[in-house]
Design a protein around this ligand. Structure first.
Ligand SMILES: *Cc1c(COP(=O)(O)O)cnc(C)c1O
Length: 374
């Protein structure tokens, strides 16, 4: 038995759709498969516009250009997140302002956001950790009161909802990831979701190297030219063809992941009652997508011992983010709002367990080993 932490799931139709894209002879971006995927996202998420990108990182970079981040503008975000959440804004001269997380969901603590707002604050970037929603009603109300924009880093959040609303449909803008470690994949891949329609046209322009090429192809202008900042953010049709196979099976993929997640959750209930671990907490308003199953161990030493013991029997459990505020770049370009006690504590205790389609076959054995090491 060798149980990797992640194993990309293939639906079986990916190569078939790639061969169709090949036969179509349209390999660059924005062909029929890109259209299918973006329409699927618009219908399933209910955003005004979905634009496929080559990564979630790229989508966040478009968002930073779109909201016109200027040097010194402050962007409120959790420290417990992936580097791209911050990097995209720092590239435009923005200053990440790190706020602590909630101990239950490990999402940004909405109660601490207002204290982080200054006259320089431009936006709040929320991260739906493990595909479990942030407290969006409160966050949107704070943003409205202070005239701020909200960007959802929904990299892990596809197929999850908050009060019945799909993640990615709530903030002014949102970013999804289709990286092979996520639920719905294309190797590398992502999407920018636009909910505030005033951003739609400019988002298309930024994604197309700063040109009005999309308008030209729709016949809305008679020549296309350089009209804004931008870069090449769109994926090839080959990638979109792969992604389409995954989107078609998104319901099945989510259902199977949830079943694996639930099996872990039930089997660790007793350990939690005994105080040996803490399991994930899903607020009542949230339906999650089983992006991740994690445990919180008592401390860093116990976690290290646990990961090492499992590694010896070839079960690959892993820790997650080094908080950005304590990274070299976070120290250089960002600042903390208050003390980030929960971020520090929880990041030391968290361990992620293998979760991929096909694990079902080995899961009971894996669980027995895990229980033996806790
Ligand atoms: C995976 C991830 C990203 C980056 O996604 P890419 O598609 O690899 O660029 C950004 N933010 C969060 C929270 C992520 O989990």
């Amino acid at each position: 038995m060798n149980i990797p932490f992640n194993k990309p799931f293939m639906t079986g139709k990916e190569l078939w759709y790639i061969s169709q894209a090949h036969a179509n002879g349209h390999l660059a971006g924005d062909g029929v498969f890109t259209k299918k995927c973006s329409t699927w996202l618009e219908q399933h998420i209910g955003c005004k516009k979905a634009l496929l990108t080559h990564s979630c990182t790229a989508a966040l970079e478009i968002a930073a250009i779109l909201i016109n981040v200027k040097p010194g503008d402050e962007i409120i975000m959790p420290s417990y997140t992936f580097v791209s959440t911050a990097n995209a804004f720092v590239l435009r001269g923005g200053v990440p302002v790190f706020v602590d997380i909630r101990p239950d969901t490990l999402n940004i603590d909405e109660a601490l956001i207002e204290a982080a707002i200054t006259p320089k604050t431009k936006a709040i970037v929320v991260v739906h950790y493990a595909g479990v929603s942030c407290e969006m009603d409160t966050i949107m109300a704070i943003a409205e009161k202070h005239n701020l924009l909200v960007i959802e880093d929904a990299a892990q959040g596809i197929m999850s909802t908050y009060k019945g609303r799909p993640l990615g449909s709530i903030g002014h803008l949102a970013a999804l990831s289709f990286h092979e470690t996520k639920n719905i994949i294309s190797g590398e891949g992502g999407a920018l979701l636009v909910n505030d329609s005033t951003f739609v046209e400019q988002a298309e322009i930024i994604r197309e190297k700063g040109t009005n090429r999309s308008r030209f192809f729709r016949g809305q202008v008679d020549k296309y030219t350089w009209v804004d900042l931008g870069s090449s953010y769109l994926p090839s049709e080959l990638i979109a063809a792969f992604l389409w196979a995954q989107m078609e099976d998104a319901d099945i993929i989510t259902k199977r992941r949830l079943s694996i997640w639930d099996t872990y959750h039930q089997n660790f209930e007793l350990l939690e009652q005994q105080g040996r671990i803490r399991r994930p907490i899903i607020p009542v308003d949230c339906i999650h997508n089983a992006h991740m199953y994690y445990l919180l161990l008592p401390n860093l030493d116990r976690r290290t011992a646990f990961i090492t013991a499992l590694k010896k029997i070839l079960i690959w459990a892993v820790f997650h983010y080094i908080p950005l505020h304590s990274s070299p770049m976070g120290e250089k370009y960002g600042r903390k709002s208050g003390e980030l006690h929960e971020t520090q504590l929880l990041s030391d205790k968290l361990v992620r367990l293998p979760l991929w389609l096909g694990l079902e076959e080995y899961q009971n054995e894996v669980i027995q080993h895990i229980i033996a090491e806790l």
